[in-house]
Design a protein around this ligand. Structure first.
Ligand code: NOJ
Length: 964
């Protein structure tokens, strides 16, 4: 259900009303599945699946026609180079596929396979195409930012006519067994096979061949050419100037039943099988960024973004891979009993997961991670593709959006009403209607006449504005942005080399080509405060529709034979497109004003491996129903373990009007989304929290206050995501890799390392929730301090009345909070802290606080506070987490101000009776003083707890408290 385009707000309001009426009587919303290809409708997917079927049908006799040749193999700079010969006919003719296997210092191995003839541009393009002749080999230039140092210690430990064994890895316990004929690689850790390439012989590099024109009626009798050349889908013809060129490979995970990753999809975290059968999908998971609004649940259909990264886990072992290819990609998954590999430990074990990766074009560029822990995988993936940018602190607060706030008065009114209702929020958003007829970088001349005054009102209580800027540029006269785009030739081209025209919100449009360095430079200029007039320091940006979405285009996107800068076909770079746009906006925000050095905030809808470096993503146009609430949790967990944790979903569903219970449950859940934004379609009823009526306004306010009080813990979580890529919503397999029962659990999560275990309630009329308990530690209920009656490895039921979802505190953690309710996060910047200590079974706890100015890059010069709190032997203490001598750091303005910020209160849950006293001594920097203690003995289910008040310990200083 698209909506009105570029109409004045009055018309839009009228349409809203009509829309709302239609919604009541209209059909149920669901994606138009027929607008998107199934595997059999994409020639290359169909061909590779057919090959897999053929191989399976001939299982014992099938031989992969690929043979590797390494002339006097040696490792130079951690690399072995050679050629794979693909036998292409019965006569034994071969094509040459250059192959490189690299071993990296980090313990990651990389395999690239290209095609010599195309590398040499020794092919002919059809239809007079100007496209590049080579296979696309630049995805790594966009996605990979580090971790490529060669493993100089890697060594060939064995070689003969049939195989080469290379030992590598940080502890020398990894081994790649490269079999030459047929070409296969077996990756082993400690002598055990974990990942095997081409085990099933499905490696396929469709080599170049000329199209032979045959007289009508005559067909190629040797090969089925029917899907090699021009392909038509839903009336759109793809001219495929390079003919068939797909790459595919089977990758087996020996002994692994669970694989995760390859977002963005709506199915379970533990990915399903895709070759049919009960409970399985019949289609492969697809990654082809597309505007799949009203998307369906439990489906392998593609969505808005793609991360071709997969992780496999079994008890105590994680491995992973990155298939770095930005073209249309499909992944089949099957699980089989036992192992065909004698070196796998799992011959008798339940299952192995076999995957089959199929991309339409480009090279094979594959990274293999051998773990062994989930943390290792996350870290190595982060080293390669980068980690979450340190966010603007406000971005972790609550964002209020809808399509649309229609005027400055509307914005100011919403802002005032939040304050009146004492509801915190940080950011208000403007969707496309703020522009003058959807011309980006302009304001509607009637309803947004003075955006600066509006921006200043927001700023007066620390609030921000986000405006949307999409990549389609309206094709009209007297719009300088469009004129410049065309005059400077910065748009994506059609197959004939002209600026590509298509339609999106503004009607007829062109698209900026951010692969073009000149376009990126030009884009930067457009955001300068004196260019994008009406914006100011508290304006930030939302990038939507960057898959790119083209309303009448094939599969609502661009023709694959469109051309980008340097004449790469859109086919090759499609999944990267959104990231290049997001990246350009990120860079633009960094250069809005000379000398201004602040962190950008940019939200994106389309993404790829590496997008995490540029801001946040959200899951697009979901529906206001219970299933979407549930699925959002799984999707965000999956984003986190796939390197892109700064993620959210529209609260409380984009399409439709949520019933109030759903809305309440959604806010309670979203208080734990890393990116927490309410958003709604233009045809929905207003649903700002203050409009809900009681008890709902109070319930939503409580959820928001919970979020705000935990912001110090959230910011610390983002700090870690930034340092090592660690997820923020952590699934059980990640936190408890030995706990077998948790490997498929995807409806509960730990919030980073806080020990908070959260179970959203996503079912109507459900007032209890079952939490799976991963260990035998003590758990306390967050709001009552009741000791949970848990049992390791079992589900335990908790009450969940409509005003709360169960949140448990795992024993052994210390959580930093700020408890004074305020209107926005920036008004809390210098508030005192509370520490909540949940004492473990053995009387210990640990926690962390990271804080900086939340806005600039001065943290890179040491302008931050990073504390490690610990409770041990009855002493609670705080030291610098990095062992720095903080007195040596020259404090800037912010750090100086923080010298007056204290830890004010400490709540110790599970405090033993020996701590029952009225005062404790605090020691810091050679001084000592007393703080008051109130001790509450255990009472029925409630744990004993102690509250220490007037602590007055400076947050940045070392201190300790003897509790007994
Ligand atoms: C599609 C986006 O997904 C949605 O969030 C937005 O409101 C509309 N485009 C209009 O800009």
């Amino acid at each position: 259900m698209r909506s009105t385009m570029g109409l004045s707000w009055k018309w839009t309001a009228l349409f809203s009303l009509l829309g709302a009426i239609l919604c009541l009587i209209g059909p149920a919303l669901a994606v138009k599945e027929h607008e998107f290809k199934k595997c059999h409708q994409a020639g290359f997917c169909n061909r590779n699946r057919a090959l897999a079927d053929l191989a399976a049908s001939q299982s014992s006799t099938w031989v992969s026609p690929y043979k590797a040749v390494f002339e006097s193999p040696s490792l130079e700079d951690g690399k072995i180079q050679g050629v794979i010969l693909k036998t292409i006919n019965a006569a034994g003719d071969t094509v040459r596929l250059p192959v490189t296997i690299s071993f990296l210092e980090s313990g990651v191995a990389r395999l690239t396979i290209d095609e010599e003839r195309r590398q040499n541009k020794d092919i002919e393009l059809r239809h007079g195409s100007a496209a590049r002749k080579e296979r696309y080999n630049e995805a790594a230039n966009w996605s990979v930012v580090g971790g490529l140092e060669p493993a100089l210690k890697a060594e060939i430990v064995h070689q003969d006519d049939s195989q080469i064994n290379v030992k590598y890895g940080p502890e020398g316990n990894f081994e790649a067994v490269i079999r030459l004929s047929p070409f296969r690689i077996d990756f082993r850790r400690d002598g055990v096979s974990h990942i095997e390439l081409n085990e099933r012989g499905l490696l396929n590099v469709e080599h170049w061949r000329p199209k032979v024109e045959r007289p009508e009626g005559e067909e190629n009798t040797e090969e089925d050419e029917s899907t090699w050349w021009d392909e038509t889908f839903n009336g759109h013809t793809d001219t495929k100037p390079r003919g068939p060129e797909s790459v595919a490979l089977d990758i087996s995970f020996h002994g692994y039943e669970h694989v995760y990753g390859i977002p963005e999809h709506t199915g379970p975290l533990s990915l399903k099988e895709t070759r049919g059968g009960e409970g399985n999908y019949a289609e492969p998971y697809r990654m082809y960024n597309a505007d799949v609004f009203e998307y369906i649940l439990d489906s392998p259909m593609t969505l808005y973004g793609s991360i071709p990264f997969m992780q496999a886990h079994r008890k105590d072992s994680s491995v992973g891979l990155l298939w770095l290819n930005a073209a249309d990609t499909w992944v089949d998954i099957t699980k089989v009993k036992g192992s065909t590999n004698p070196l796998s430990l799992t011959s008798g074990a339940p299952k192995n997961t076999q995957t089959h990766w199929i991309s339409e074009s480009g090279i094979i560029d594959l990274f293999v991670f051998l773990g062994p822990t989930p943390q290792d995988i996350t870290k190595k993936y982060g080293e390669l593709t980068g980690t979450t940018a340190m966010p603007q602190e406000f971005a972790l607060g609550y964002h209020q959006c809808r399509w649309n706030y229609f005027s400055e008065d509307d914005v100011k009114d919403v802002d005032r009403r939040f304050d009146k209702a004492h509801i915190p929020y940080d950011v208000i958003w403007l969707d496309i209607e703020y522009t003058d007829e959807i011309k980006y970088f302009t304001w509607d001349p009637h309803s947004f006449t003075d955006p600066i005054t509006m921006g200043k009102q927001l700023d007066s209580h620390g609030r921000k504005l986000v405006t949307i800027i999409d990549p389609h540029i309206k094709r009209v006269d007297n719009y300088p942005i469009n004129e410049q785009l065309l005059a400077l030739d910065l748009a994506i081209h059609d197959k004939d080399g002209k600026a590509y025209e298509g339609s999106c919100w503004p009607g007829n449009s062109n698209w900026i080509d951010c692969f073009n360095p000149k376009a990126r430079e030009w884009w930067k200029g457009l955001y300068k405060y004196d260019q994008f007039k009406g914006t100011m320091e508290n304006t930030f940006i939302w990038n939507d529709m960057n898959e790119p979405s083209v309303f009448e285009g094939p599969e609502t996107t661009m023709p694959k034979d469109n051309l980008h800068w340097d004449n790469w076909e859109h086919r090759d770079v499609h999944n990267l497109n959104g990231m290049t746009y997001h990246h350009s906006t990120f860079e633009a925000l960094k250069s809005r004003k000379k000398g201004e050095y602040r962190r950008p905030f940019v939200l994106t809808r389309a993404f790829f491996s590496g997008s995490q470096r540029f801001g946040a993503m959200w899951t697009g146009d979901n529906l206001a129903d219970w299933g979407h609430l549930q699925t959002s949790v799984t999707m965000l967990i999956n984003q986190g373990i796939s390197g892109f944790p700064f993620s959210g979903a529209d609260v409380a569903g984009f399409f439709g009007d949520p019933e109030k219970d759903l809305l309440a449950r959604w806010y309670q859940t979203a208080a734990f989304y890393p990116f927490f934004r309410a958003h709604a379609h233009i045809d929905t009823r207003r649903r700002e929290p203050y409009l809900l009526g009681e008890p709902y306004t109070a319930i939503v306010t409580a959820a928001l206050r919970l979020r705000y009080s935990l912001l110090p813990a959230w910011y610390t979580a983002f700090f870690h995501a930034n340092r090592d890529g660690s997820p923020i919503l952590r699934p059980m397999f990640w936190t408890h890799p030995s706990a077998e029962g948790g490997l498929a659990i995807d409806d509960q999560f730990f919030l980073a390392s806080t020990g908070l275990l959260v179970k959203p309630v996503a079912e109507k009329d459900k007032y209890s929730a079952d939490i799976w308990i991963p260990d035998d530690e003590v758990y306390y209920e967050y709001d009552t301090y009741n000791v949970a009656k848990t049992e390791q490895g079992k589900h335990v039921t908790f009450d969940a009345p409509i005003d709360r979802i169960p949140i448990l505190m795992r024993g052994g953690h210390i959580i930093p909070r700020r408890d004074i309710p305020r209107r926005s996060s920036s008004l809390m910047r210098f508030d005192p802290y509370t520490l909540v200590v949940s004492v473990s079974k053995d009387g210990q706890a640990e926690g962390e606080l990271y804080v900086d100015d939340g806005d600039s890059y001065e943290y890179q010069d040491g302008q931050y506070i990073h504390r490690q709190f610990s409770l041990k032997d009855d002493v609670l203490s705080s030291v610098d987490a990095e062992g720095r001598d903080t007195r040596k750091i020259k404090p800037g303005k912010w750090l100086k101000a923080m010298q007056n910020v204290h830890i004010d209160k400490i709540i110790i849950v599970g405090a033993p009776a020996s701590w029952d006293r009225e005062a404790v001594q605090i020691e810091s920097d050679g001084r000592a003083w007393a703080a008051q203690v109130v001790y509450h003995a255990a009472d029925k289910d409630r744990a004993a707890f102690a509250t220490v008040t007037h602590v007055k310990a400076r947050v940045g200083d070392d201190w300790s408290i003897k509790l007994a």
